[in-house]
Design a protein. Structure first.
Length: 179
C-alpha cells in the first residue's frame, strides 16, 4: 500500500470514529424520532426566534444544519418531527392540511409532548394552524404548553392554551413514527 493510500485510509478511519458535533443530526430524516428530540428541535427555533414566513424562499436551517424548512406553523412542525423536505416530488415542508398524511388523530386524554393540535378548515385554508405540544401545564390536564410559529406578529412563541378554548377548533394528532 502506498504511503498516500495508507494516510487516506487512516484519515478515513479517524473521521468515522469522530463523534458528531453538538446539535448535529445523527439519524435519517423522515424516520422514527423520540419525543425529546422533537422538543429539542422546536426549542432550537424558539431560542433562535425564527421569523415567520410562508415563503419557501425564506427556509431556515434545522438544528444541526441538516435540512431547511419554511418558517411557518406547519414548516416548524415538519422541522420538529424531522420530516424530509427533500422527498422527491415534494421539495418542501408539509403544509398544514398535509400533516394528517404522516400522523394520526388521537384522543385528548392521550396527548403527550411532541404531539400537535391541528386546526383544519378545508373551506378556508388560510385559517388552518398547528401547534406543537411541549407539556401539560397543570396536573388536572386542562392546560397545555405549546410551541408555535404563529404569524408575523409573534413569530416563534411558547404559550399556555386551555383545552376548553381550543377543543372546538383543534384536534390532537400524533406523528406516526414518534417514539
Amino acid at each position: 500500500m502506498s504511503v498516500r493510500r495508507h494516510l487516506l485510509w487512516i484519515v478515513s478511519l479517524a473521521l468515522v470514529a469522530l463523534p458528531a458535533p453538538a446539535g448535529a443530526v445523527t439519524r435519517s430524516y423522515g424516520g422514527p424520532i423520540d419525543r425529546e428530540q422533537v422538543i429539542a428541535r422546536a426549542a432550537d427555533w424558539l431560542r433562535r426566534d425564527i421569523a415567520y414566513s410562508q415563503d419557501n424562499a425564506d427556509a431556515r436551517w434545522d438544528r444541526g444544519h441538516g435540512r431547511r424548512y419554511r418558517p411557518d406553523c406547519s414548516g416548524m412542525v415538519s422541522m420538529a418531527w424531522a420530516l424530509d423536505p427533500a422527498v422527491p416530488g415534494l421539495g418542501r415542508a408539509l403544509v398544514t392540511w398535509e400533516l394528517p398524511t404522516v400522523s394520526r388523530r388521537i384522543r385528548w386524554a392521550d396527548v403527550r409532548r411532541g404531539d400537535v393540535l391541528l386546526r383544519l378548515v378545508p373551506a378556508n385554508r388560510a385559517l388552518e394552524h398547528v401547534q406543537l405540544v411541549q407539556a401539560w401545564a397543570n396536573p388536572a390536564r386542562t392546560r397545555l404548553w405549546v410551541i408555535e410559529q404563529s404569524g408575523t406578529r409573534y413569530d416563534m412563541r411558547r404559550r399556555v392554551v386551555t383545552i376548553a378554548a381550543v377543543r372546538a377548533a383543534y384536534q390532537p394528532y400524533r406523528y406516526r413514527l414518534i417514539r
